[in-house]
Design a protein around this ligand. Sequence first.
Ligand code: BG6
Ligand code: MG
Length: 226
Amino acid sequence: MIKGFIFDLDGVLTDTAEYHYLAWRELGKKIGISIDRVFNEQLKGISRTDSLERILTYGNKSNVYSEQEKSKLAEEKNEEYKKLITNLSPDDLLPGIKEFISELKQANMKLALASASKNGPTLLKQLGIAEIFDTIVDPEKLSNGKPNPEIFIKGAKQLGLSSIECVGIEDAEAGIQSINAANMFSVGVGDQKAMQFADMFVSDTSELSYTSILDAVKKKRKGVER
Ligand code: BG6
Ligand code: MG
C-alpha cells in the first residue's frame, strides 16, 4: 500500500534544472570548459561539489585547482544560480504540480523532499509549498549522494514509512537509480532516454496523476507475485 510520495525538486517541482545548467555553463565559460545540454544530463541530481568535479574532469582540468579554489568556484556558481532564482514564485511550479500535490494530500499521502540541493528549503518557500511537505531530507547530512539510495531511504524513514510504501519522482538518471536502489516505485519525468530505468515514465509533469501511478504500482506488483 502506497502511503507516501518522495519528490526531487529541480526539474520536477519547478524548472530550476535549467537555471543550474545556465549557472554551470557561465562558470564553465570563465574557466574555459564548454558545457552543453547533453553533458548537463550527467550533472542532474548530483551535488554542487560533485558536479564541479565532473565538469573539471570533463574539461581535463581535474588537477588544476586547489580545494580552496574549487570551493570558491562552487560558490561562484551558486551566487549566479541564486541570482537566477531570485524572482521564483508559485507561478513557477511546473504544469500540473499544484493540482497533483493537492490530489496526493486529499488522498492522505505523506510528502517528502529528497533533493541534493542546499537551496531546497528556500525554494519550497518561494514556490509556496513548504507547508504542504511533511519533511525535507537534509542533503548536508548524507554520506552518499544520488545515485546512492540513501536520500530516498532517509526520506521514507523521516515520513515513518518503509521504502515499499513510497513512490519516488525524479527527472535525473542518477535520481531514478537512487529510487530503484531504495526498492521504491520510480516515476520518471522528462527525457525518455535518461528515464529508461524508471518503473513509470511521463514526458511532462502535467501527466502526473495519483490514480495512474497507483495503477502502475499495482500492475508491477502483480507481475512480481506471478
Ligand atoms: C540537484 C540538481 O537537485 O541539486 C543539481 O539536480 C544540483 O543540478 C544539486 O547541482 C545541488 O544543488 P545546490 O543548490 O545545492 O547547488
Ligand atoms: Mg532533478
